[in-house]
Design a protein around this ligand. Structure first.
Ligand code: ADP
Ligand code: MG
Length: 704
């Protein structure tokens, strides 16, 4: 039966029935569904870039979500509830023409319109296909009439017409399916690109909030289910086009049955799938940690429980589907039986011809297939809407990092877009929206072009910086911190673990923005620069440098991701980073693949590649966050050597665990209680006999 169902859903004809009531019913239904979606996407976007916005507005930034918020089945830390800024922000709201949803009907429509030729062809094929399918029962009826001699028509003529119908129908079907499928795949590609891009420009706290597995699920399985729209459209029209021709067949209200029964089941199934893929991502991206703790059994148990949950929801879903399928079949059989009784008696009474009854029986079978296909795909469609809801609730409501979005857009526009791959990201409706959104920056950021010059010549100052992470707004990490990084000199930042040193790095890198206060370079607020320009002037080397799973050479070249870096430059950078020797001893030299996150290299090797990458980038501001902390003595010496090379002439901030490595800095700042508690050279601070002196003392003790 599944074969029949499948073929029915493939060949089921759609007819542009001139019956407007029917058509509008399905439209109305679609509208209702969409409306539900929008209502369920309560996350709205506040766009408050103002490059130099007053602290009050900055404070009211963030996610906001109404009490009735449905987050679909997104897992993750609870959303921080803030007083609804719409209340005090209402006048801003009118000018903030922010789309509530990422995937809207309008966007889908605009994407589809671009393939109007294909769609037109599909519609023609569909009309042909439907005409064939609807004519078949008529000719079957005539066939019986010819057989019993009630119709004076040569049999061969009838058979040849039928043969023609049977051969045309599959041809039309192929044309329809191929074209619709191609259209849909193209639309999906654009949507995927759009969502990927949108995720890429989210503020940093978005990534604190959602897990990687969840985000990858959005782009793969969730979006994949959107495809069901096509087949459902197909079947829905079939039923509506056939049903008026069979008044007795008792149309089944599949919609209402499905709406009530399957949505929660689909959501549960989607949730189960999401957590399953999440577990896979988490386990394998942390495989070394799993190994080192012997956590395989635990991971297996976690994954097992998720697989079982998925299995359970899958079975439940299957049961729901089959029950609904049987119900529709029963309905069709009942109407078939009624047709036999009624039609039989009418034929007996001479009121109806045998051919007409045979045609009706044929229609009823066609309807059976169509309804069945509809029931199945409509079920899938519920899953699709759950997915759209999920995508919208995750992405549309989240605040994009406008300074980043602007930079990216400008970047894309500036370059000649020859790259087909990038074209995918810009040629769609949402891009226009972004352009509108960013227009406010354009004027504000005009002075930004000289950021490189300023960074090479001016001091970097943190002025009265207050900061709390968006996910924990009550915990102030920095409270009125002041610090000047003098141009071309080395500033060391020390302090106990958790004092907020890495937080300062994140602010300097502009992953997050200060809650209040500002960061300036040569007196200019950094918020007047767009983020991609800012990214070019700051190099960060972390404790655990992350390499991409490409070759060593490509990893170094990532320092200048948009340029064609010559092999010579890569080698020069590698030599300065003390990395050249070990690289040439690798099996394929610079072409050796480094494995996921650089797993095929040692920590010291990874670090030196990261330094080579930073050298190649040649940024005026350099931040070393515990860059040598994870290394053994030999690697540390090699890396330190490379770092000394890298620091030359740059405004450098060094965070180091071992105080011995920061002694030579031009100034040392001690971070404590969210502020700089002590500032001076090593000897000045020792003389002060304050916290720094105490820290040095404890480390000496530890080494003795
Ligand atoms: N993404 C984050 N979200 C919320 N809190 C964070 C985040 N990152 C760090 N914190 C918190 O901020 C505080 C300072 O952390 P950090 O700046 O990393 O300290 P350290 O001085 O050791 O580098 C810690 O209490 C930490 O728990
Ligand atoms: Mg840290």
């Amino acid at each position: 039966m599944s074969m029949a169902t499948a073929s029915a859903s493939l060949t089921a004809p759609l007819l542009h029935q001139p019956n407007h009531t029917r058509f509008s019913t399905s439209l109305r239904h679609a509208r209702k569904l969409k409306f539900n979606l929008s209502r369920n996407s309560p996350l709205r976007q506040s766009c408050t870039f103002p490059p130099i916005s007053p602290p009050a507005t900055t404070k009211s930034r963030g996610f906001y979500i109404s009490a009735s918020a449905s987050r679909a089945y997104v897992t993750g830390p609870p959303i921080v509830s803030e007083p609804d800024p719409r209340v005090d922000d209402s006048e801003h709201d009118t000018q903030k023409a922010e789309p509530p949803d990422l995937i809207t009907r309008r966007l889908l429509w605009s994407l589809l319109v671009r393939h109007k030729l294909r769609i037109g062809l599909s519609v023609l094929a569909l009309i042909g296909c439907t005409t064939c399918t609807l004519s078949m029962p008529i000719f079957s009826g005539r066939f019986f009439e010819v057989l019993i001699g009630a119709r004076p028509e040569p049999l061969w003529k009838l058979l040849s017409v039928q043969g023609l119908l049977y051969s045309l129908e599959p041809i039309f079907t192929v044309i329809f399916v191929v074209n619709m499928n191609t259209t849909w795949e193209k639309v999906m590609a654009t949507l995927r690109a759009q969502i990927f891009r949108r995720v890429l420009i989210q503020k940093a706290d978005f990534f604190d909030r959602y897990k990687v597995g969840e985000l990858s699920g959005l782009l793969t399985s969730d979006l994949g289910s959107l495809k069901n729209v096509v087949s459902c459209w197909d079947n829905m029209h079939t039923v509506y086009s056939i049903s008026p021709t069979c008044p007795n067949s008792g149309r089944v209200d599949a919609f209402s049955i499905y709406k009530r029964s399957t949505v929660p089941v689909f959501k549960a199934h989607g949730l189960a799938q999401a957590s399953m893929s999440d577990c896979v991502t988490e386990t394998f991206s942390a495989i070394r940690t799993v190994r080192s703790f012997g956590g395989e059994k635990r991971q297996m148990s976690v994954f097992g429980s998720q697989v079982l949950a998925y299995q359970k929801s899958g079975i439940k879903l299957g049961t729901f589907k089959s029950i609904n399928e049987s119900l529709t079949r029963i309905a069709v059989y009942v109407s078939l039986l009624a047709l036999y009784c009624l039609g039989g008696s009418k034929v007996k009474a001479g009121e109806l011809s045998v051919g007409t009854v045979a045609s009706f029986i044929g229609y009823t079978f066609t309807l059976t297939f169509a309804v069945q296909g509809l029931v199945n795909t409509f079920g899938d469609l519920r899953g699709t809407f759950a997915a759209v809801e999920r995508i919208n609730s995750v992405i549309s409501g989240a605040e994009i990092d406008e300074a980043l979005a602007y930079g990216l857009e400008k970047e894309i526009q500036k370059k000649e877009v020859n790259d087909e791959n990038i074209k995918l990201f810009i040629s769609n409706g949402a891009f226009e929206q972004n352009k509108k959104l960013n227009s406010r920056y354009m004027s504000a950021l005009e002075s930004a072009s000289n950021v490189g010059r300023l960074a090479w010549s001016g001091d970097v100052c943190l002025e009265d910086v207050h900061f709390a992470y968006p996910l924990r707004p009550d915990v102030e990490i920095l409270s009125g911190l002041n610090l000047t990084l003098k141009c071309g000199t080395v500033t060391a930042l020390v302090g106990s673990s958790g004092a907020g040193k890495s937080t300062i790095v994140q602010l300097l890198a502009r992953f997050y923005e200060p809650t209040s206060g500002r960061i300036t370079v040569a007196g200019e607020d950094v918020r007047t620069f767009d983020k991609s320009e800012w990214a070019r002037v700051v190099s960060i080397v972390n404790q655990e440098p992350v390499l991409f799973s490409v070759s060593v050479g490509e990893n170094i070249a990532y320092g200048l991701p948009d340029d064609d870096v010559s092999k010579d430059d890569i080698i020069k950078a590698a030599k300065a980073a003390n990395a050249h020797e070990f690289i040439v001893s690798l099996p394929q030299g610079y072409d050796t693949l480094v494995g996921e996150r650089g797993g095929l290299l040692s920590g010291g090797q990874r670090q030196r590649i990261a330094i080579a990458r930073a050298l190649l980038k040649n940024a005026p501001i350099l931040i070393l966050d515990e860059a040598t902390s994870a290394l053994d003595a030999v690697s540390e010496r090699l890396v330190q050597d490379a770092l000394n090379h890298l620091m030359k002439g740059r405004t450098t901030l060094v965070i180091a665990h071992r105080l011995s490595t920061v002694q030579n800095a031009h100034q040392i700042a001690l971070c404590s209680d969210g502020q700089i508690a002590e500032l001076g050279t090593h000897f000045e601070l020792l003389e002060r006999k304050g916290q720094y002196a105490a820290l040095v003392g404890t480390q000496r003790l530890a080494f003795e």
